[in-house]
Design a protein around this ligand. Sequence first.
Ligand code: NAD
Ligand code: UFG
Length: 336
Amino acid sequence: MKILVTGGAGYIGSHTIVELIKAGHSVIITDNLCNSHKNAVARVEQITGTSVPLYAADIRDSAALSRVLDEHPADACIHFAGLKSVGESNSHPCEYYDNNISGTLNLISVLRAHNVKNIIFSSSATVYGIPEKSPVTEDCPKGICTNPYGWTKWMAEQILTDLHNADPSWNIVLLRYFNPIGAHPSGLIGENPNGIPNNLMPYITQVAVGKRECLHIFGNDYDTPDGTGVRDYIHVVDLARGHVKALEAIKRNCGVALYNLGTGKGCSVLELVKTFEAVNHVHIPYVIEPRRAGDVAVCYSDPGKAERELGWKAEYGIEEMCRDSWNWQKNNPQGY
Ligand code: NAD
Ligand code: UFG
């Protein structure tokens, strides 16, 4: 299939494009590069030996998107483009709603005008709000989100579902990612956050490479085996392969389909730190801080539905995630 990938220069998008090309699909990227670098696309070309057209188009720019689709008629869209910082969404809510919601509405209208009615959307475990229990299954109700970023994912899922209800010829796959970490095993592409990382793994790798003095662990008094927060970390290459499987569901006219993409295994902050140290032979100094507002003690997925219906299952473990995150960071200490 020919796939329009919005946000394809970003962390998850770039890894997904590698897997799409490996599976025989062709790809066009639109990305305004607000949180990514065009070199990521050059690296994808290096890994795959395939040229990948990149258009510096914003998803809110109808004319620019239309020109891309006029030139490259697509069969489906994988929609990664969006802003994703929880903290920034609290201080800049309108920018988040504009980018993530107005952007998605605009994209839908351009896709419809080009008769592209297949879309895979990057959603998040954040739509469960504070989950009552883990593992979280897809039939757990969507919850009260704790920040505007989360609400944009919640609302975009609703918009896409309503779109299918109004016009069943749309196929929509909503993928709820748990905690993506890791990098391509080549070390050529990986996560490249701007400024101080919000998320755990990029913070750990920046401590390891000497960019930050020590890790701040937010809380060690949770009701978990070692007191630190438990999450479902998933290797970004496994996550990327989930999108390839989702395209197969689209080919089968899946209607609206919803899947958790996680490993189903919880891992605590301290377990991740210890594994990173053991696998990579580096020391990660840390201090314990108070809990971070909005964090839950435990959140991990039940990924069984994706396995049953898509034949997808995460294959990499925490060791490989730690190895590949470090391989990327140490080979690219300044990112792209
Ligand atoms: P990323 O920031 O690396 O990638 C997003 C890309 O979208 C960037 O290249 C950015 O430049 C581009 N972009 C942003 N706004 C745009 C716009 N208006 N027009 C065109 N391009 C635009 O983030 P990522 O980690 O690769 O995440 C991809 C998607 O997955 C996002 O929608 C994110 O919310 C979602 N998600 C990420 C995580 C995570 O932990 N990384 C978890 C759950 C869901
Ligand atoms: N943590 C630290 N120190 C840090 C960063 C994080 O101790 O410097 C802890 C957190 O308290 C939490 C765990 O590490 O217990 C994971 O935190 P992340 O910020 O890496 O990830 P979250 O689970 O908080 O959230 C991430 C994304 C959300 C997304 C969610 C589920 O930031 O947008 O995964 O996909 F919704």
